[in-house]
Ligand binder design. Structure first.
Ligand code: 5GP
Length: 197
């Protein structure tokens, strides 16, 4: 592969279907990978260290922040979350597209430090639909659902920093929109100047 991979940031409310869309879009492709974040929160039942997250204590997290080992980091509901820098840099250098599923504060940091990161915001068709999906999922109390909806509204207010907005009405359509965005980003002239020599 002659090109560097793309750093792809996806954000959006939990319940928007972000991971479903991305998994559908990258199924069977060997040129994509997901970054695994570190977090200080406790694993949920069924989560495995090194799969969903690297679960670390606050002391280690603070050390990673101080040593500049995180590409971005943010506090979310009293826990620290961050993206290990070394893995992302290595995969990009190998020509892989690296997907980060992170919240808006961290996305803003990536936007500033990696200006050509592809920023995609994914939303459900409406807040009402989001409420229905969260209730159907059955993993949160009504109070937690209202909290997530409030957080979603706050994130919408900051979503202008994203380059693309996908509305997840139909997961197949949304997945093909995701693929189209990545394809177009790989065709940018500024990244293909070597072909004009
Ligand atoms: P959860 O605790 O539900 O797994 O994740 C809470 C929020 O943290 C989600 O919005 C998720 O996208 C975000 N998140 C997960 N990993 C990271 C990370 O490395 N950095 C940032 N900034 N947010 C993250």
């Amino acid at each position: 592969m002659s090109e560097k991979g793309k750093l792809i940031v996806i954000s959006g409310p939990s319940g928007a279907g972000k991971s479903t869309i991305v998994f559908k879009a990258i199924e069977g492709r060997t040129d994509f990978c997901f970054s695994t974040s570190v977090t200080t929160r406790a694993p949920r039942p069924g989560e495995e260290d090194g799969r969903e997250y690297f679960f670390i204590d606050r002391e280690r997290y603070d050390q990673m922040v101080a040593d500049g080992e995180l590409l971005e980091h943010a506090e979310y509901v009293n826990n620290g979350y961050g993206t290990p820098r070394a893995y992302v840099e290595q995969k990009l250098a190998e020509g892989m597209n690296v997907v980060l599923d992170i919240e808006v504060q961290g996305a803003r940091q990536v936007h500033e430090s990696v200006p050509d990161a592809v920023m995609i915001f994914i939303i459900p068709p409406s807040m009402e639909e989001l409420r229905r999906r969260l209730i159907r999922r059955g993993t949160d109390s009504m109070e937690a659902i209202e909290g997530r909806l409030m957080r979603a509204r706050q994130e919408y207010a900051e979503a202008e920093i994203y380059d693309y907005l996908i509305v997840n009405e139909d997961a197949d359509v949304a997945a093909s929109e995701f693929s189209a965005i990545v394809k177009a980003e790989h065709l940018r002239t500024r990244d293909r100047l070597y072909l004009l020599k």
